[in-house]
Design a protein around this ligand. Structure first.
Ligand code: PLP
Length: 332
């Protein structure tokens, strides 16, 4: 029995679920359905707003009027936080990993439009970013402000609730559409979506196995990250969730050259889904996961998704990350 913590209503929910048609690379006899979490909003589109409904509720409950968070220069999470902070009248300070580009594009442009304060943190300085957060919190306090800290990707025990709640929604989708997915597939970057879905799948008895494609790090990293976050969540919210029942499956092999860098095949898959179904994936997260899923489905029972007849892909957004990478798309 779930006892929900405070939650704000910030996302456009429920998101639709649609079947992929005409995608040429899908093997016969396999249905792919997409949970359109890229449609949780226009400016706040994607998975992060589901987590932030819980993190920002906690911030308000603690009497905070400011938020500090961090991520890459093109972080979807930072963009969602910047815009939601503006929506709620909270001050937002972002620590962005990397150099300041000459022209702000994609997510960074929206961060700036939302009026977020931004500090660019070099790769060398990044290991100290949590110390920088504490300094910033002190600066806020000196001005009689109170700043709430949200770690990278809102992937902590609070943000984890976002995809537990999404799992309840998915349970209704599955009922309504009479689906019976063998797998629920998602991209994993900081682990919070994967963790939430794994817990939620158990809590709401979802059919199928939750599997993730990593877009950074490796399977061992996500096993540890998910197990740690779920254990913290269990301890903090005093749930009776059985930690032993957690099976963290992360499929490797589709990260390509590294986080944020995609191969030509991934750009081709993005183009293919856009032109066949009108759905836009992104080169950092969803494009890699969707591409990996299609490759594994093509391998049939020899692949990582054996016995797949029906798959539910959770589209976690990322649209604004397409624009800064426009030069990698090939058009005839
Ligand atoms: C578009 C998109 N998809 C997937 C993810 C991965 O989610 P998580 O960080 O919860 O693993 C992210 C996270 O940054 C994202 O922005």
């Amino acid at each position: 029995m779930i006892s929900w913590p405070p939650r704000l209503s910030l996302a456009q929910l429920p998101t639709p679920v649609t079947r992929v048609e005409r995608f040429p690379d899908l093997p016969d006899g396999v249905e792919v359905w997409i949970k359109r979490d890229d449609l949780t909003g226009t400016e706040v589109s994607g998975n992060k707003v589901r987590k932030l409904e819980f993190n920002l509720a906690e911030a308000q409950q603690q009497g905070c009027n400011a938020v500090i968070t961090c991520g890459g220069v093109q972080s979807n999470h930072c963009r969602a936080t910047a815009l939601l902070g503006a929506r709620l009248g909270m001050k937002v300070h972002l620590l962005l990993r990397g150099e300041q580009p000459q022209i702000p594009q994609g997510n960074l442009l929206l961060d700036q439009l939302a009026g977020a304060q931004i500090t660019f943190v070099s790769e060398q300085q990044w290991p100290q970013h949590e110390a920088m957060v504490r300094e910033l919190q002190e600066k806020f306090a000196a001005q009689n402000d109170k700043a709430y800290y949200i770690p990278v990707g809102a992937s902590d025990e609070v943000g984890l609730w976002g995809y537990i709640a999404a799992s309840e929604e998915i349970a209704h989708d599955i009922d309504r559409l009479s689906l019976q997915p063998d797998y629920i597939v998602v991209a994993t970057g900081s682990g919070g979506t994967q963790s939430g879905l794994l817990v939620g799948a158990k809590e709401f008895s979802l059919p199928g196995q939750v599997v993730a494609f990593n877009v950074s790090d490796n399977a061992a990293y996500f096993k540890k990250k998910v197990e740690t976050d779920v254990a913290l969540w269990k301890q903090r919210y005093k749930t009776d969730f059985d930690l032993e029942s957690l099976t963290v499956k992360t499929i490797e092999g589709y990260l390509g050259p590294g986080y944020g860098v995609a191969t030509p095949e991934i750009f081709a898959t993005i183009k293919q889904l856009a032109s066949s179904n009108g759905i836009i994936l992104d080169p950092v997260y969803t494009g890699k996961a969707f591409h990996g899923m299609v490759q594994e489905l093509k391998k049939g029972d020899q692949g990582e998704l054996p016995g797949a007849k029906q798959v539910l892909f959770v589209h976690t957004g990322g649209l604004f990350g397409v624009f800064p990478q426009h030069e990698h798309f090939k058009f005839d």
